[in-house]
Design a protein around this ligand. Structure first.
Ligand SMILES: [Zn+2]
Length: 421
């Protein structure tokens, strides 16, 4: 934990709770890795000053669904619907994945996320063939310094390291639920495996005291997967449901009543034809909903693209379209809540972890953005505007450049068995 004190001075500060607010010429004081104060004219005594004049300062973005290992397969699935997508991704790429490939892809993927202002993500790792794969993924997450939930998945090819290794990782590597990296279980779930298997996976999550995250759809195994879980007494809070575009309103209501949360991935859902946008439906059902990049084998890895996809998908197809304010909250505080991390990230409330992003307002695409900074962040900004990134009070990106040397990670990814195929 860093003890450095920073004063991010004079920015246009966006905070996210209880409602979105924009405060001009405002300072953010960071001490011991946490937000110490937000206000005007704060003392810079003993602090390193980060000039934020003519800049937007906001909480780091939170990605609630991503498979980082797919960074090794950039562009490989761009024109593919779900079936062919899975065939190429899991059959052609996932099956050949070695631990060093997982490490290279996870590290580059996490660095790419940080570079674009994503300070927290859940890595839904569904290609863990052996314990060495799990360790490689985890080592890469730690090396990147991103805040992450490590979603321990069971490989769709069925060979995965399984329950014993998930228990090992929980006991030996991720027993601290307050750390920079925490753990979730990411089973295949009742939409894709027999309910008996889902029940065994849910019991493991209970035993290990872990949250769950799971892809859900009406089928192919269960047409009503949430009802199937309820019938076995398995509906619980601390469960993050992903996609769910084909679920009916009854199923969404059950999720809301259980205290479960949701991750919509509108760009991935459009690309793989999962059905109409679901983010607005989840929100109207009373489910806390974040957004996720999902697949960088088909899609860009930054939240600006994803926020615009979320907004546009809703505007095209939703009976009550989302607003830019809705989307900005989903990309920050609601995403934090969906991951069960709203007590520590997602806003600039004093005491929270200092996960911050600073965007330049004097770049050509952001001029006059002061008028409505929320709309500018969602509709106009891009990763090139991200000047500074802090995670837990540690400077990750300064003056528009990542501090760590990205070259070795880039080289390892190029040399990976998966590159170029
Ligand atoms: Zn996914």
């Amino acid at each position: 934990m860093t003890t450095t004190r920073y004063l991010v001075r004079g920015g246009l500060v966006i905070d996210t709770e209880p409602d979105l607010t924009a405060m001009h010429a405002t300072d953010v004081l960071i001490e011991g890795g946490r937000i110490a104060a937000v206000g005007t004219g704060l003392s810079a005594e003993g602090a390193i000053v980060i000039d934020a004049s003519n800049r937007i300062v906001l909480p780091g973005f939170v990605d609630t669904h991503r498979h980082l290992w797919e960074t090794a397969a950039r562009g490989a699935t761009a024109d593919l619907e779900l079936g062919p997508y899975l065939g190429v991704l899991m059959g052609q790429y996932g099956a050949r994945l070695r631990p060093q490939d997982v490490h290279a892809a996870t590290l580059v993927g996490a660095m790419e996320a940080l570079d674009s202002g994503v300070t927290t993500l859940i890595d839904y790792e569904h290609a863990l063939h052996t314990p060495e794969h799990a360790d490689a993924a985890l080592d890469a997450l730690r090396q990147s310094a991103i805040r992450a939930v490590f979603g321990y998945g069971f490989s769709v090819t069925g060979d995965g390291a399984g329950h014993d290794d998930a228990s090992r990782v929980r006991t030996e590597r991720l027993s601290d639920d307050t750390g920079l990296i925490t753990m979730a279980l990411a089973p295949l779930g009742p939409s894709f495996t027999p309910i008996e298997q889902a029940a065994a996976d849910w019991r493991l999550a209970e035993e290990l005291g872990l949250p769950l995250t799971v892809h859900v759809a009406a089928g192919p195994v269960a047409a009503k997967p949430i009802t199937a879980l309820r019938e076995l007494g398995l509906l619980r809070a601390n469960t993050l449901y992903v996609h769910g575009n084909s679920l009916d309103d009854e199923e969404l209501k059950l999720i809301a009543e259980s205290g479960g949360t949701a991750s919509a991935a509108p760009a991935a859902e459009a690309q793989t034809r999962l059905g109409p946008p679901v983010a607005g439906r989840f929100r109207r059902a009373g489910v806390t909903t974040g957004i996720g990049v999902d697949s960088v084998s088909s899609l860009p890895g930054d939240m600006f693209s994803l926020m615009r996809a979320t907004l546009l998908a809703s505007q095209i197809a939703d009976e009550e379209p989302l607003t830019v304010r809705d989307v900005l909250k989903m990309a920050t505080i609601d995403g934090a809540a969906a991951l069960g991390l709203a007590d520590r990230i997602g806003s600039l409330r004093p005491g929270k972890q200092a996960d911050l992003v600073v965007l330049r307002l004097d770049d050509l695409n952001m001029l006059t953005a002061e008028r409505d900074p929320f709309a500018a962040v969602v509709t106009a900004a891009n990763p090139g505007n991200v000047e500074t990134v802090l995670v837990a009070g540690q400077l990750i990106k300064v003056d528009g450049r990542l501090r760590g040397d990205a070259a070795p990670a880039a080289r390892a990814l190029r040399e990976s068995a998966l590159s170029g195929n």
